[in-house]
Design a protein around this ligand. Structure first.
Ligand SMILES: [Zn+2]
Length: 166
């Protein structure tokens, strides 16, 4: 069993340097993450950190690329583009406001923030609720139940033909 992959951000060091760190997430990353919604992808995460005040940091992420997820109809992969900007606020342990969805906490004197799950969840939230191929692009393994509606016409035709022959 592979261990969960991490995207570790050294908050103090990155705030001090003011640099942007870049992380590439590939099929191996999504495969190792304990999830089943994404079958793979090619994503670049660019993160920068600003010290707001005291031990409070602001982490800006740009998430860009594409991911693959099973089609709701045929279960073969559909590819979706991803382009997300997200800002997290990081507080010392116990100090994050409870009503702020984007607030995180980090313990210790040299706080490290792991972005892996935040990036994953941001990607999932950016995808449409219904994940399907464009009409006609589905794979062969479409379960019959989804074809029934369009099959009705074909059935009628077959009946007519059978009548004609009789
Ligand atoms: Zn499909």
């Amino acid at each position: 069993m592979p261990s969960d992959p991490h995207i570790q951000i050294d908050l103090a060091a990155m705030a001090k340097s003011g640099s942007t760190a870049s992380y590439t997430l590939d099929d191996a990353f999504f495969g190792a993450l304990d999830q089943e919604e994404l079958t793979g992808g090619q994503i670049v995460v660019e993160a920068s950190v600003r010290q707001k005040y005291g031990e409070v940091y602001e982490v800006r992420c740009h998430i860009e690329g594409e991911v693959r997820t099973p089609c709701d109809r045929c279960l073969e992969d559909v590819t979706y583009p991803v382009s997300i900007d997200e800002t997290l606020k990081v507080f010392p342990e116990g100090e994050a406001p409870a009503d702020d969805d984007m607030a995180r906490e980090c313990a210790g004197r040299n706080p490290m923030l792991d972005l892996a799950w935040d990036v994953y969840e941001a990607i999932i939230l950016s995808l449409p609720m219904q994940r399907v191929h464009n009409d006609g692009d589905c794979g062969d393994s479409v379960p019959d139940i989804y074809l029934r509606e369009s099959d009705d016409e074909a059935d009628d035709l077959t009946d007519d033909e059978a009548d004609d022959e009789a």
